[in-house]
Design a protein around this ligand. Sequence first.
Ligand code: NAD
Length: 281
Amino acid sequence: MTVPTIKLHDGTSIPQLGFGVYQIRPAETAEAVTQALEVGYRHIDTAEMYGNEKEVGEALRAAGLPREEVYVTSKLNNGFHRPDDAERAFEQTLTDLGLDRIDLFLIHWPLPTRYDGDFVSTWRTLASFVEDGRAASVGVSNFQPAHLQRIVDETGVVPVINQVEVHPYFTNEAVRAANARHGVATEAWSPIAQGAVLDDAVLTEIAEATGKSTAQVALRWHVERGDIVFPKSVNPGRMKENFDIFDFSLSDDDVARISGLDRGEAGRTGPNPDTFDWIPA
Ligand code: NAD
């Protein structure tokens, strides 16, 4: 099974399907990532906030795959937006993952109500990680259109990716459109809304017609829309199921019907980035 790649504006490429490790306990993470690599995933999405970077690194080393075959993303934790802290946190991420260079590093949340509203100096610091070669690419996560516009205007450096909540109940079109205007690829987090969309009647009908599961139909919808996804599961059967989405397609009508399930703000499973201000203790 070949996973398509998405070309980013800096010339690098990312596998469109990856494996997310949010809420996988550290003790379970190495095993889960090992299984995911066995299934065929070659893109792992972690974050300092998830507390499992060391275990991701352990599994990567144990797998012994050539470094260039696995795409690794991590993210700057909310307590480290000041440039000196960001530098230290990034170095710690590299150490914990056991990597000299990361494929992609993101600002996890913009936190516009923290740090005097200054996520611009944080962004400049991330850009320096590309200049010195410790990151192949840098991007952002949970940036609203105004946040994105501001870092582009003030630094001239365009993120390659904006990782935001997107699933059939929260299609986040305004952010996807803003990303597209800037040439920024969209990564869809919680692509199956942490399971909330799996009993949906429209997804069930399309799943029955295509002989696929509702999870596969939802993931395929993201793929058809050109977004990048990394569903999370610790269950090897589900890891395989989520990986097996490249032997069928959805009609334009099915894509439109699923997009029509959008519930706007009410459909969010996570916090609103304009007001989210949580800094882990
Ligand atoms: P998800 O939408 O991937 O759903 C995961 C849940 O669905 C798990 O509880 C799992 O048991 C269940 N599941 C997975 N596959 C299934 C299947 N085939 N059938 C039935 N149930 C299934 O949710 P997520 O983990 O929140 O999001 C995926 C990834 O996105 C995360 O692991 C993380 O890497 C990333 N993420 C990023 C942010 C951010 O702020 N940048 C926020 C949340 C998640």
